[in-house]
Each structure stands twice: as C-alpha cells, then as structure tokens.
Design a binder for this molecule. Structure first.
Ligand SMILES: [Fe+2]
Length: 236
C-alpha cells in the first residue's frame, strides 16, 4: 500500500525565498510548484544505504589515515530517528559534516582565516539500528563567519543528511546547540517561522550519556516526514 504523508503546518519549513538569507533569492523558484504525486518506489523504497558506508565513519575524532586525534571538546552526538508515528526508521543512512573546532571546513571553498586540523575531516556516516538509534563521536564545531551580511556568524552546527525508507523521506537539516548566543542572529535558523519547529533543531545536553572524564553528550532526535518532522534547512 502506498504511504501517505500527513500535510505539514505552515512555518515548519523555511520559505524558498528567505530575504534575510540573501543567496536564497537567487535560488528560489519563481513559478509555483507543480504537484507530482509520489510513485510507490519513492515512498516505499528502495533506498540508498549500507553500500555508501565506509567503515569507521562513526568516529570523527580519529579519521582513517590520521596520525592523531582531532582537537576540540569531544562530543557524543546521538539520537533516535522515527517516522511521523513514532516508529523507528531502521537502517536509515545518517550522514554528517561539520566545521572543525576553529570553525573551518576541510573544503577548497572555505576561505575563513582559521587553522585546519590535520586530524579532522568533519565527515561521518552511520546506519540506525533496529530501534532507529544512531551515534557519532565528534568534536564541538566552531562558530564561523559568512558573507550574508555585515558581521554574520553561523551558530555552532552539524549538518545532517538522512535517508529513511525511501527517497521521499530524504531529509537535509542542521543540528544546533542549546544556549548558543548567535542563534537569534542567524537568518537560516530564524528562517523557520514556527518557533516549536525551530526548537526541534536544537539538540539537548545529555548528562546521562556524557562519558566521565572523556566526552559531553548531546541528543538530537529526528522525525522523517509528517506533522512533527524535523524542519529542512533553508533551501540551498
Ligand atoms: Fe555549515
């Protein structure tokens, strides 16, 4: 049977053209969307998954080939991926990418005057388990400047890409950190009008999973499609 997704309330996803996020104006469609009903394969599968995984991508603090450990505050980032009815998304592909502790990406396009870390690539990928759970060991990303407007800084964040049961449950979003003072000034985060939806992008400090003398833990649960889903990042 074809899967039918619940409609989303207004304000959960950022508008395609979000004026405060300057470059979205260039990329936003100028014509109204054409509704194309999902096919069975788009909602039920198949999906990408294990074939894209490289072993060891759950630990970003010691990337393959590195001589040492990444610099920065160690973090265990974990959570549960469910569908809109709370059922676990099993073997969903969870990919992450992030800046290093100094706020610099390992990418040619990143011209930020901050040091690269030879022991940090900022890339991770894991599959969820039978209960929909995932976890990464990483380091706290730095805040970094960007050219959106004068004195613009992106809050600390980790980019997430998820594939649930099928293409239609693809999600690309960003995880933020509680109490980050730059959040209210970030047009990407603030581009989500619905305050409750915006808060679903902020992870929770998790003392229970914090590892004594080793790493802080943050929990970030994700819902794929439906009325309670995790908002997409502003359109790219
Ligand atoms: Fe980023």
């Amino acid at each position: 049977m074809q899967r039918v997704f619940a409609p989303l309330p207004d304000g959960v996803y950022p508008a395609n053209d979000t004026p405060a996020y300057r470059s979205s104006a260039r990329r936003a469609p100028r014509e109204p969307a054409v509704l194309a009903p999902h096919t069975a394969s788009e909602t039920l599968g198949p999906r990408p998954g294990a074939e894209r995984l490289v072993a060891g991508l759950g630990d970003l603090t010691r990337p393959a080939g590195a001589r040492g450990e990444a610099l920065g505050q160690r973090l265990l980032v974990h959570g549960r991926v469910t569908d809109e009815r709370g059922r676990p998304e099993r073997r969903a592909l969870v990919e992450v990418w992030q800046a290093n502790a100094a706020g610099r990406y390992l990418h040619d396009g990143d011209r930020h005057d901050a040091p690269l870390d030879p022991n940090f690539t900022g890339r991770g990928a894991v599959l969820t388990d039978d209960d929909g759970r995932y976890e990464f060991l990483t380091i706290e990303p730095g805040v970094y400047p960007w050219g959106n407007h004068h004195n613009a800084w992106r809050p600390r964040h980790i980019h997430f890409s998820l594939f649930g049961a099928a293409w239609a449950t693809r999600l690309v979003t960003q995880m933020y950190f509680p109490g980050d003072p730059t959040l209210p000034f970030d047009p990407i985060f603030m581009g989500i009008a619905d305050v409750a939806a915006r808060e679903r992008l902020v992870s929770h400090f998790d003392l229970e999973r914090t590892q004594p003398d080793y790493a802080l833990a943050f929990r970030f649960d994700i819902v794929l499609r439906g009325a309670l889903d995790t908002p997409w990042e502003a359109p790219a």
